[in-house]
Design a protein around this ligand. Sequence first.
Ligand code: UDP
Length: 328
Amino acid sequence: MKRTLITGAAGFLGSHLCDRFIKEGHHVIGMDNLITGDLNNIEHLMKLENFEFYHHDVTKFVHVPGDLDYILHFASPASPIDYLKIPIQTLKVGSLGTHNLLGLAKEKGARFMIASTSEIYGDPLVHPQTEEYYGNVNTIGPRGVYDEAKRFQESITMAYHTFHGLDTRIVRIFNTYGPRMRLNDGRVIPAFMGQALRGEDLTVFGDGSQTRSFCFVDDEIEGIYRLMMSDYTLPMNIGNPHEITIKDFAEEIIKLTGTDQKIIYKPLPKDDPMQRQPDITKAKEILGWEPKVGREEGMRKTFDYFKTLTKEELERTEHRDFSKINRK
Ligand code: UDP
């Protein structure tokens, strides 16, 4: 039986990855320090024999007894509101954490994957973004702690690949959504859906002309799994290329949730990328992968998940207005 370590296991993507690797017959070791992760996301796995959970911070020395075949490093805060709240941890998990896990992969002879991000392209001047584009990133802006940690993470992973011959994979993840997102993580989809459920108006930042391209989690996990199992060692974009403006997206959410809320406009946060769309030519050609779930179906599934949250949870996770705290 293959043994696989997944960091960030209690997070949104990490928990879905645990599900997938268990389904593929692996013994999965989930690791998380639970700063942004939530044990509810993996509670259903705790009783399984081929799942173990380690409550551990990967920025400290990582020890895992026994063999390891695969390591997937998915631990990191992943929303602008979290980078502002825990900037140092964000930098450390991408840098020190990655270094520790690379050392572990080398020791165990394991294949190693890092969760990189479209953020390494910054506010992109090339559209759509191909893997060859170097990016346009502000090192000292509010997103810099995440963006630069992720860029360093790619760099050190490639160094272990070329210098130590480590078997590595780099996935550049674009905006992904679905069940188990944190309702108050500040990202636009939980933000809008939480507002719709509370009967509040939807807050669009700026004039809403900035674009994003949203990928449903099942598609994203399929792409990540295929990349992990492929021979491809250069960075690869995995995301959905269907692009929409945030204003049009707010209107779609109003229609989907069947509420009569209005859109209200708030200041655009600093360094908010104006456009984002993955070029997925490589994923199509090399992995035979492309997204299958359309936005309407994916958003409905996600809204159904948020609807299962209790009134108490909704109140506890009152909307945090990112646009207010992110101004210079
Ligand atoms: N956004 C918005 N209202 C919100 C939250 C976010 O208009 O309540 C905007 C945000 O300014 C950005 C887009 O939605 O332009 C996507 O934001 P998110 O934080 O989800 O992802 P990222 O900016 O990291 O792609």
